[in-house]
Design a protein around this ligand. Sequence first.
Ligand SMILES: Cc1ncc(COP(=O)(O)O)c(C=O)c1O
Length: 251
Amino acid sequence: MATHVYGTPCQTERLQEVADAAGVPLVYDSAHGFGSRRWGVPIGNFGYAEVFSMSPTKVAVAGEGGLVATRDAGLARRLRTARDYGNPGDYDTLFPGLNARMSELHAAVGLNWLAGLPERVAHRGTLVAEFAAGTAGLPGLRLALPEEGDVSTFKDLTLILDADAFGLTALQLADALRAEGIDSRRYFHPPVQRQRAYAHLGQAGTLPLTDRPADSVLTVPLWSHMNAPVVRRIAAAVARIQPYAERLRTA
Ligand SMILES: Cc1ncc(COP(=O)(O)O)c(C=O)c1O
């Protein structure tokens, strides 16, 4: 399973090669990707299936719920049955299922949000470009950006910090931004193996490649009706904080 995290399209063709070589179906967590494109092709067209979320923090929102996109007619049929308790229509259930139907109310909200989605995605891209311009040249800072030619929903505007070069960890920058009245989130920290629910499995210290990005990302505010001065203000705060990194660290 691969994730188009923050809406950044995965390298779908390379992942497909890996999955094909291993003989396993490739499923995408496309929770953030409704409106993203890989080489012009909308996310939702890749792998065996792609699973979208339409919960409240996403760019395409239905209140709750989600969608599965697949070209496999058998899988589509099974999912339609599974979301209705395994009921094929005659209440003689074929297999154990769930009550996972999308309600009419949620569907109506979702349809309303789909209108204007391309414009919202484009606007978010413009805002991220503003942020990138406002923080250009800061040492140890890069953004989670799509590859050239791809489109991201920018479900999140996420900074990836090299703490040594930037002078502050993601946590320290979050504290400094809070002092400036700017909220931020460490998506996704702590990683699963360090969360209290799973710590008993004893894997906390065994996944350095998971810890590294989890420790170095910080998501700053971005919303679809945000205007450029707000994003410029956030970028200016980051740019203003960085030269004081050493003093903040030792304060
Ligand atoms: C990457 C990712 N996958 C899956 C989900 C779960 O989506 P849902 O809450 O609609 O089940 C989320 C929720 O935020 C997410 O960020």
